[in-house]
Write a protein that binds this ligand. Structure first.
Ligand SMILES: [Zn+2]
Length: 289
């Protein structure tokens, strides 16, 4: 296994984005993604593969300018969102409305809309599990992958080990698996085995219990791999939801931590915050333990 490491030289400088029309959810998602250095690194590496994907090209342009210090329009986020919506309809992947209530689904769609196998791989968490089709009721044991690990528990995770143990053995909704009958609405009562994690692990906390299940968001995450090795991650950003509004926290150039609330971007200390809706973890190192 060869994973690309978190690399501070790909952290962007800090910038706020205008909230032109109730797009705080997209501003927050974008700010959180910009802290995922592997995404920036691979997007820049793959830039010649995106000739017709204007959304991907706009993301690369933004990421480059955020590193170089070039001028950036405060409307860059709303322009990217418009291209994102166009790209989704071009690829025929718009099973949702773009509203504030589905930032987790928007993340999955954003990765799909980038439409590049190297980017898919950065976010891919693979499981083997028992699946039940809600339509034909068929049970099957199959491999599936997720871009977001969704928790469905009210109880907070005690620490990083507790979260890792949960990821290994609990159900998460999958987007990619399609039943033989054509149904995509698949229930996964139990994920039996976590078979692969990747550079970026996105965990979304159950929105029904947002003030309890996320009261402890571990700063690190370590997942056991084959051969007695541990895969170590660090928290790089979060998308937070409170009072009908989304903001993000994340690392920026110099590894300082910022609170990004539309146009208002300010340096802050990390603190546990039970408004975290999605936490992004970035691969740091593989260690023998
Ligand atoms: Zn079915």
């Amino acid at each position: 296994m060869d994973l690309l490491q978190y690399n501070v030289s790909y952290l962007p400088r800090e910038i706020g984005f205008n909230n032109t029309s109730s797009i705080c959810w997209f501003n927050a998602l974008l700010q959180a993604l910009l802290s995922c250095t592997q995404l920036t690194e691979v997007m820049i590496e793959q830039s010649d593969k995106f000739t017709n994907n204007y959304m991907a090209l706009a993301y690369i342009d933004l990421a480059r300018k955020l590193r170089s210090g070039a001028d950036i329009s405060p409307n860059a986020s709303s322009e990217l969102l418009a291209l994102f919506i166009k790209q989704c309809s071009r690829l025929n992947i718009t099973p949702m409305e773009f509203t504030a209530s589905c930032v987790d689904e928007a993340l999955t769609l954003f990765v799909q809309a980038i439409n590049n196998p190297y980017i898919d791989r950065l976010f891919c968490t693979k499981y083997v599990g028992s699946l039940t089709c809600e339509k034909c009721k068929k049970n099957t044991r199959a491999k599936f992958d997720v871009i977001i690990t969704r928790t469905s528990t009210e109880k907070p995770f005690a620490d990083a080990a507790d979260l890792a143990a949960y990821m290994r053995a609990h159900a998460t909704r999958c987007e990619q698996y399609v039943c033989d009958c054509g149904n995509k609405n698949i229930n996964i009562p139990r994920a039996e085995l976590l078979t692969m994690v990747s550079e970026i692990v996105a965990v979304s906390f159950d929105r029904r219990y947002l003030n309890s299940c996320n009261s402890i968001v571990p700063l690190t995450l370590a997942i056991r791999a084959r051969g007695g090795k541990m895969i170590h991650y660090k928290l790089v950003s979060t998308v937070n939801h409170g009072g009908g509004h989304y903001i993000a926290y994340g690392f920026r150039a110099g590894e300082s931590y910022f609170r990004c609330n539309d146009n208002y971007v300010e340096q802050c200390e990390y603190k546990t915050d039970n408004t975290v809706f999605i936490a992004f973890y970035s691969f740091v190192e593989l260690k023998n333990e």
